[in-house]
Structure formats: structure tokens, C-alpha cells
Design a protein around this ligand. Structure first.
Ligand code: PXP
Length: 236
């Protein structure tokens, strides 16, 4: 099971003081030393944490893979064209949200998503769509030409009670199976942490998890390299 580490919150801390530290580029090196298989950043329209300079330098310095989460706007597509990351993950984006609120509604936005996916594919950038665990969204992602989906684990992670958690996990598993059947790459993520990651890491067909907040939070106490290594060992 691969681990992509989302380092947005390293930049959040830097931006709290509009300072130069901590630098997400330094963080990315430590993630790689800790065993991360890739680094993820969300370049938001409001640039509240990750900046253009970060993605440019990450692209130049990473020895693993850069995954940029972004809204499906023409400005972001042009940014991706310039940076050429390994993968773009299209996510819905609301200006005042604390974090991404749910998956992309690929069914509702089919025409637009298809257009953006095709432009990114023409640039030889792999495209993943962040979607809620719903079979019709998986089918729509496939129809839109995506190469992969990242299944939203938020409902699983925030479920109260065993029954709700089990049914949320089952929904992730069924979506992963459908995505695998359609030949899509299967990732999962959102709100995963050291306590709840086990059952998701054990799901068949899920190839990679994207985890951010829990790892950066733990890094304050044990260091980033160790925090990543601990998560990576749970995924094994
Ligand atoms: N995947 C996507 C699409 C996200 O938007 C985020 C949060 O930026 C994550 C994964 C990571 O979520 P968390 O920070 O809760 O681990």
C-alpha cells in the first residue's frame, strides 16, 4: 500500500506568519526519507497555504511523485501545464471551507470534467478524481476519461458507532471494486489517522492512501520523518 503525504498544513503554519518557515520543500524531503511514496499538495484558488513557488520547487526537488489537488478551473489547468506533476487530482473547492467538503460531483459536471480531464491527458498528466464512495460516481469518472479515482473516506472516518462505520467502509470497498473492474487506479483518503487507517489499508484494490493532517499533527511531537515512517508501517 502506497502512502502519499499531504503537506498543506506545513504551509498553513508558514502562512500564519507570512514567513519563510516551515518550508514545505524541506518537509517533502523528510516525507521521502520517512518512506512516503509521493507528496500531495492542494493548490487552492485563494492560495491560503500552498503557493505557486512551492509546487514549482517540489516538482524540481522531489525524487518520488508530485500529486497536485486542484479545482477544475482553466487557471489551475494552466498551472498544471507549466509544472507537469505526476498526477492532478480534481477536487471541488469552496472559498470558505475549512477543508474539502465531499467529493466532486462528476455526474452533475460531466461535460466540464470531461473537458478538463482531456486537456490534462493531452499534457500527459495522469488525472484522478476525488469522489464520494458511490458507484454512479465511479462510473461517471471512468466515462469522463479519468485514469484514477480517490475515494473519499471522510464518512468512514467520522462515523459514530460501529454499524455506521462498517457501512461507510463497505461503501468505500464497493466503489474500489467497481473502479478496479473499470481499470481505474484506486486511491483513498480524507480524515484518515493512525487509529482508523487499518481497515482502509486492508481493503483489496486500494493502491494508495493520501493522508495529511494526522501526519503533520503527529510530526510536531515525533518529527516528520518518524511520523511518516509510523504511518507507512501501519500501511504495511
Ligand atoms: N485527499 C483529498 C482529496 C483532500 O482534499 C485531502 C485534504 O486536503 C486529503 C486527501 C487529506 O486529508 P487529511 O488532511 O484529512 O488527511
Amino acid at each position: 500500500m502506497k502512502l502519499g503525504v499531504n503537506i498543506d498544513h506545513v504551509a498553513t503554519l508558514r502562512q500564519a506568519r507570512r514567513s519563510v518557515e516551515p518550508d514545505p520543500v524541506h518537509a517533502a524531503v523528510l516525507c521521502e526519507l520517512g518512506g512516503a511514496d509521493g507528496v500531495t499538495v492542494h493548490l487552492r484558488g485563494d492560495r491560503r497555504h500552498i503557493q505557486d513557488r512551492d509546487v514549482e520547487l517540489l516538482k524540481q526537488t522531489l525524487s518520488t511523485r508530485l500529486n497536485i489537488e486542484m479545482a477544475a478551473t482553466s487557471a489551475m489547468v494552466e498551472m498544471a501545464a507549466a509544472v507537469q506533476p505526476w498526477q492532478v487530482t480534481l477536487v471541488p473547492e469552496q472559498p470558505n471551507e475549512v477543508t474539502t467538503q465531499g467529493g466532486l460531483d462528476v455526474i452533475l459536471n460531466e461535460g466540464h470534467v470531461r473537458q478538463v480531464v482531456s486537456r490534462l491527458a493531452s499534457l500527459h498528466i495522469r488525472v484522478s478524481l476525488f469522489i464520494d464512495p458511490a458507484l454512479d460516481q465511479v462510473r461517471a469518472a471512468h466515462k469522463a476519461g479519468a485514469q484514477a479515482v480517490e475515494i473519499n473516506t471522510n464518512a468512514y472516518a467520522t462515523a459514530r458507532g460501529e454499524a455506521d462505520r462498517a457501512s461507510a467502509l463497505k461503501a468505500v470497498e464497493e466503489s474500489a471494486r467497481m473502479a478496479g473492474k473499470l481499470g481505474l487506479g484506486v486511491l483513498a483518503g480524507h480524515a484518515l489517522n493512525y487509529r482508523n487507517v487499518g481497515p482502509v489499508a486492508a481493503l483489496p484494490l486500494v493502491e494508495e492512501l493520501n493522508i495529511g493532517h494526522a501526519i503533520v499533527a503527529r510530526a510536531l511531537f515525533v518529527g516528520l520523518r518518524e511520523a511518516v515512517a509510523e504511518m507507512k508501517s501501519l500501511l504495511r
